[in-house]
Design a protein around this ligand. Structure first.
Ligand code: ADP
Ligand code: ZN
Length: 733
């Protein structure tokens, strides 16, 4: 199997010099004029039995077997890389079949070619034993020798830094025979988490749930459990006990977090429980760490991995537990490349490893709740906040009755609440899920709205950077002095708020308050985020203003007020899941307010206080809200009560997009329980200069969409420049 979009594996001959190769071996093979890394794949005539990820799946037919060449080319070399385990190979085949992705592309995620490349042995310098008194002794050279006094070999860069010399000094000393190069002994790659390290004492409810999880881990069988409890109920503490049970079983555990939540705070809690840090996996790892981690997972030296969704494709030889925290998060859906939902695939991965999966959330997705209802998933509930802390009191501010001053965005009610809170020496937070200064720039003279040249989207003003930016394609341009359409002078006005504009308003309103802005573009990385979190925790800040980055699992003991600037924001547009997502996000934001001794308060600025989303948040009745959602989706067979797949047609021109979309429309499958909606313009009708159309296939739950999609796609050849992307189980539609 080669890491390219090919329909299946290729055949090669095994030269005698290599002996026999086994499935999973990582090899170098000729492909065209190049040599490529590939994995020895399983015989294709016996497709692996397809498991069902709690009902989200269907059987996967084997990919077509490529015609064998009569004169097979030989495998060039067997690489010194751990074998790709059987369970992972089956998982790759399964994901490829489910998402209609060429298997090589899924395999590429699992192979991480870069990760698999052999590690060059690390070399470092030690003092040479030989007598080289002829060499000149300079102060710089003395510092280098001093830095090596403990006998530990050090690489050139590190040595130069320690001795405060240029690397030329080190090289010169090597030439003069003062230094000798030796391999650096590999450090133990990861600490071994100790399940018996003393952790927090669990409350009775937590202990009951932890015991239930532990017994599922010990059963070494597939199961799925929803761990359900409000923010602060101790879900993390509880599932860490399942990790402890898994360690005692001698199997590996994987914890998936939404990328943004891979935080220092989470790590600290892990260290408190197990004494050491777990191995970490996410997209920003340096290539060295990536290789080290990949190998440690394959070799079983990393007993626990915490990672973002791609950690599912690590080569665990014996996975004994998969946890998905914040399972409702849409960030688990990968939206480019292989379109897969990591929560659903985590369940599949667990099943293939005969291991339990645990899905944790304060606001579980309707998918998961439905699986609980129909008995596929088990349900563990942590009833209240730990230590008897109360949930924050949530109230809506009716913006029609208490409107902000002209040109402002904060209601007097919210302003007073912030002022009181800060006055008492407590902390407040203003939440607005929109980066930048203003989401729209409008010409007052002619009504022109400044649009992205590449997308059907308005440009967002970023005032501090003096730029207009597209949040879809990354296009930026300077803010024009005159209207680009009518050339009127000084006629452009910002419409609506982003966090930057709220910060400006807050600075004017609360001049004494110490402000901190938390948005993905003001906190350029994990270190900056960790520092911001530290400053809030240590009360160096009075007022936090942030986008969704503030919503994620942080614990801020002094924060007692959360103001949601625009609670209606996520409800616009026709997305079926908009309401569900808004409730989940705002509940998460609200969960930042109040802890043990200090009850919290949440104020929602809204123009629709009667909306079910606002009612659910104010009444704290999430279950009733989800029942209402279910009642709306069930009759139309919308997910999770039916299956859905999107076909996105994109092309250089509107004509090419239309002709392909119409051809798909003409060839649309039909039948009992099968319906095709569209073609219609896709939600972003132009994205990065590509014209986009969309068709939706909706079927009854008992009908598998993959065979229908395959047959459908086979009948249509896309126009030149057009392509068709398939998104099975789209998260937004
Ligand atoms: P959740 O994941 O449900 O939001 P957490 O596990 O993060 O809840 O717990 C919320 C807070 O309560 C954390 O600060 C955690 O350290 C604390 N906590 C939870 N359970 C316990 C416990 N049994 N003993 C001490 N502190 C606890
Ligand atoms: Zn754009």
């Amino acid at each position: 199997m080669l890491p390219f979009p090919l329909p299946g594996p290729f055949d090669y001959a095994v030269p005698d010099s290599l002996g026999t190769l086994a499935p999973g071996d990582v090899v170098l093979v000729p492909l065209g004029r190049r040599e490529e890394v590939g994995v020895v794949w399983d015989p294709q005539d016996a497709p692996p039995p397809a498991p069902d990820p709690g009902g989200a799946a269907d059987p996967v037919p084997a990919p077509p077997r490529p015609v064998a060449d009569t004169r097979l080319k030989p495998v060039s070399a067997l690489l010194d890389v751990p074998r790709m385990p059987h369970g992972l190979r089956r998982f790759v085949d399964w994901v490829a079949g489910y998402t209609l992705t060429p298997p090589g592309l899924v395999m590429a995620m699992a192979l991480r070619i870069n990760a698999a490349a052999p590690l060059p042995p690390a070399l470092g310098w030690v003092r040479s034993g030989s007598n080289s008194s002829a060499a000149r002794e300079t102060p710089a050279r003395k510092r280098v020798l001093a830095a090596l006094a403990d006998g530990m070999p050090r690489g050139t860069a590190e040595l130069a830094r320690l001795a405060e010399v240029g690397s030329g000094v080190v090289r010169g000393m090597a030439e003069a025979g003062l230094l000798r190069e030796v391999p650096i002994p590999a450090a133990a790659p990861f600490g071994i988490p100790d399940p018996d390290h003393p952790g927090a004492e669990l409350a009775p409810d937590q202990a009951v749930a932890a015991d239930a999880l532990a017994s599922r881990v010990q059963a070494r069988r597939f199961s799925v459990t929803l761990l359900d409890g409000v923010t602060g109920s101790g879900k993390t503490e509880t599932y860490l006990e399942a990790v402890a049970a898994c360690l005692r079983e001698g199997r590996q555990a994987l914890v998936l977090l939404p990328e943004i939540a891979l935080s220092a705070q989470w790590m600290q809690r892990f260290v408190r429980r197990f004494g050491v840090e777990p191995a970490v996996w996410h997209s920003d790892l340096g290539s060295k760490t990536r290789r080290r981690t990949w190998r440690a997972v394959a070799g079983g030296e990393a007993p626990v991995v915490v990672g973002a969704r791609s950690a599912l494709f690590l080569p665990f030889p014996d996975l004994g537990l998969v946890i998905v925290d914040e399972e409702h998060e849409t960030a688990f859906k990968q939206e480019d490349g292989v379109l897969y939902h990591a929560r659903d695939m985590a369940v599949v991965r667990a099943r293939m490893s005969n291991a339990p999966a645990v899905l944790a959330s304060a606001t579980p997705s309707l998918e998961t709740l439905t699986n609980v209802e129909n008995g596929r998933y088990r349900h563990l509930v942590l009833p209240g906040r730990h230590g008897g802390a109360r949930m924050p009191a949530v109230a809506a501010i009716d913006m029609r009755e208490a409107p902000p001053e002209r040109g402002r965005f904060l209601s007097p009610v919210l302003i007073d609440a912030v002022r009181d809170t800060i006055g008492r020496g407590e902390q407040a937070m203003l939440f607005l899920n929109r980066r930048g200064y203003a989401p729209l720039t409008l010409c007052r003279a002619c009504g022109h709205r400044i649009q992205c040249p590449n997308c059907t989207a308005w440009l967002v003003e970023h005032r501090a950077r003096r730029q207009l930016a597209c949040h879809h394609c990354g296009h930026t341009e300077a803010v024009p002095p005159n209207c680009p359409s009518c050339n009127a002078e000084g006629s452009l006005v910002p419409i609506g708020p982003g966090v930057e504009r709220i910060t400006e308003e807050a600075t004017a309103l609360f001049p004494e308050a110490r402000l901190l802005v938390m948005a993905s573009d003001t906190l350029p990385g994990p270190t900056a985020t960790a520092e911001a979190v530290r400053r809030i925790s240590e009360r160096e800040v009075d007022l936090v203003i942030g986008t969704q980055i503030v919503a994620k699992g942080w614990h801020f003991p002094g924060l007692t007020l959360v103001g949601v600037v625009d609670a209606d924001l996520g409800l616009a547009g026709g997305d079926l899941r908009a309401a569900e997502r808004t409730v989940q996000l705002l509940h998460q934001v609200a969960g930042r307010a109040g802890r043990a001794e200090m009850p919290g308060r949440v104020l929602l600025q809204t123009y629709t206080p009667e909306h079910p989303v606002m009612r659910a948040l104010v009444d704290g009745d999430f279950a009733a809200f989800m029942q209402r959602e279910a009642a709306q989706r069930r009759p139309g067979h919308w997910p999770p009560f039916g299956r859905l797949a999107a076909l996105i047609v994109s092309a250089d021109s509107a004509d090419a997009a239309d002709s392909t979309a119409l051809a798909l429309g003409r060839a649309a499958p039909s039948g009992e329980g099968i319906q095709v909606l569209g073609p219609a313009p896709a939600p972003l009708a132009i994205l990065r200069g590509r014209h986009r159309r969309r068709l939706l296939l909706r079927t009854r739950r008992d009908i598998a969409v993959q065979p229908i999609l395959r047959a459908w796609l086979d009948t249509v050849s896309p126009a030149r420049t057009a392509r068709i992307d398939v998104d099975v189980d789209p998260v937004s539609f």
